[in-house]
Design a binder for this molecule. Structure first.
Ligand code: ADE
Ligand code: ZN
Length: 350
C-alpha cells in the first residue's frame, strides 16, 4: 500500500474524541492474556477452584502499579493461571472481542503465550481451540475479523520454543503468525534465530517485540536476523537515525502501545510519548492496547488519551487508522475494503 494521501478536513478539538471512537481501525498488538479483567480472573478462579492471593477485585486492581516490564510480567503470568479449560480461553477471548467491537475495531490480530499454559499442564489443543472458536464466533456474531499469533517467551530457551512449535504444528491452520514477547533486556532477538528461520520456512508471518525497553540494536536484529515483518513497540528506534531511515524506507510497521508505555514507565508521561516523532519521520506507526486490562484502557482509550496529551489531530487519526490496515496480515482486497470504510467515515464526519 502507498502512504496515506487522503487530505482530512480540520476537526474541532471538542469533536475529535467522537471521530477517534467511531473510525474503523485494526488492532495488531494485544496479548489476549492481558485482556483478563480482575472480575473475570475471580470468576474463573472460582469456577476452577483455584486460590489467588488477593481477597477482592479491588485489591487485585490495586496491585497494578508497575515500575517496568518485569514488575508487570509477574502479576500478568499469575493472572493467567486461572485459565484451565477450552471454555475459559473462549470466554476470555470473547470478552475482549466484544470490547474491540464496541471500539470499532473491525480487525484484530491477537497474541497468545502457549508456554504460560502448557507449563501448568494445560494442553496446546485446549488453548488454541478455545481461542480459535472465539475468532470464528466473533466474525459471525460481532462482525469482527480476528486472527491469532503464537508468541514464544523470550526468557525461556530456543530449545523450548522449538518444542512449543512442534506441539502447535498440528493446529497450524488456526494461527497465522509467530511473535516473541516477555522480558526483553538480556534476551535479544538473535537468541531465537534458528526457530524463527524454521517458522519462516513454514510460511508463518513473523513479528517480535523489540525496542520496548531494549536498545535499537534489538530492532536491527529483529529485522536482519529474525526477518520480522512488523516490530512490536519499537519506540526506542528514535534513538538511532539510521534505523529510523531503514524503518521508513522499508515501510516496516511499528505497533505502538501508548498506555502500556506510560504504565511501564517507558515514558514519564503521555505528553512525552514519541508517537508524533515516529509519524513525522514517515514510519508506519499504529496505536494498540497491549494488555488493556492491566494498563487502563482498550483501543479507544489509547487513542483518546494519547491525542489529548500530545495534540495530535484528525489527519494523524486518519494516518494511524490507515496504517493499522496497511500493517495487518489480511489480504489486499480486505485492506481495500477497510480503507474504503475509513474514507467513508472521514468524508461523512461533519
Ligand atoms: N507480554 C505481555 N505484554 C508484554 C509486553 N508489553 N512486553 C513484552 N511481553 C509482554
Ligand atoms: Zn506486547
Amino acid at each position: 500500500m502507498t502512504p496515506a494521501q487522503f487530505k482530512v478536513a480540520p476537526v474541532a478539538a471538542d469533536r475529535l474524541p467522537e471521530l477517534l471512537k467511531s473510525m474503523p481501525k485494526a488492532e495488531l498488538h494485544m496479548h489476549i492474556e492481558g485482556s483478563l479483567e480482575p472480575e473475570l480472573i475471580f470468576a474463573l478462579a472460582q469456577r476452577n477452584g483455584i486460590e489467588i492471593p488477593y481477597s477482592s477485585v479491588e485489591e487485585l486492581r490495586g496491585a497494578y502499579a508497575f515500575t517496568n516490564l518485569q514488575s508487570f510480567l509477574g502479576i500478568y503470568y499469575a493472572g493467567a493461571s486461572v485459565l484451565i479449560t477450552e471454555q475459559d480461553f473462549y470466554d476470555m477471548a470473547m470478552a475482549y472481542l466484544r470490547k474491540a467491537a464496541a471500539d470499532n475495531v473491525v480487525h484484530t490480530e491477537m497474541f497468545f503465550d502457549p508456554q504460560t499454559h502448557t507449563a501448568r499442564g494445560v494442553s496446546m489443543e485446549t488453548v488454541v481451540n478455545g481461542l480459535h472458536r472465539a475468532c470464528v464466533d466473533a466474525q459471525a456474531e460481532l462482525g469482527v475479523s480476528a486472527l491469532l499469533i503464537l508468541c514464544f517467551l523470550r526468557h525461556l530457551s530456543e530449545e523450548e520454543a522449538f518444542e512449543t512449535l512442534e506441539q502447535a504444528l498440528p493446529l497450524r491452520d488456526k494461527f497465522i503468525g509467530i511473535g516473541l514477547d516477555s522480558g526483553e533486556v538480556g534476551n535479544p532477538p538473535e537468541k531465537f534465530a534458528r526457530v524463527f528461520a524454521r517458522c519462516r520456512e513454514l510460511g508463518f508471518h513473523l513479528v517480535a517485540h523489540a525496542g520496548e525497553e531494549g536498545p535499537p540494536e534489538y530492532v536491527w536484529t529483529a529485522l536482519d536476523v529474525l526477518k520480522v515483518e512488523r516490530v512490536d513497540h519499537g519506540v526506542r528506534s528514535s534513538r538511532d537515525a539510521l534505523l529510523m531511515q531503514r524503518l521508513a524506507k522499508d515501510r516496516i510497521p511499528l505497533t505502538v502501545c501508548p498506555l502500556s508505555n506510560l504504565k511501564l514507565c517507558v515514558f514519564p508521561d503521555l505528553a512525552s510519548h514519541n508517537l508524533r516523532e515516529l509519524l513525522d519521520a514517515g514510519l508506519v506507526a499504529t496505536v494498540n492496547s497491549d494488555d488493556p486490562a492491566y494498563f487502563g484502557g482498550y483501543m479507544n482509550e489509547n487513542f483518546m488519551q494519547t491525542f489529548a496529551a500530545t495534540g495530535l489531530d484528525a489527519q494523524h487519526a486518519y494516518t494511524l487508522a490507515r496504517n493499522s490496515f496497511e500493517a495487518s496480515f489480511i489480504d489486499a482486497s480486505a485492506k481495500v475494503h477497510y480503507v474504503d470504510l475509513l474514507n467513508e467515515r472521514f468524508e461523512r464526519f461533519r
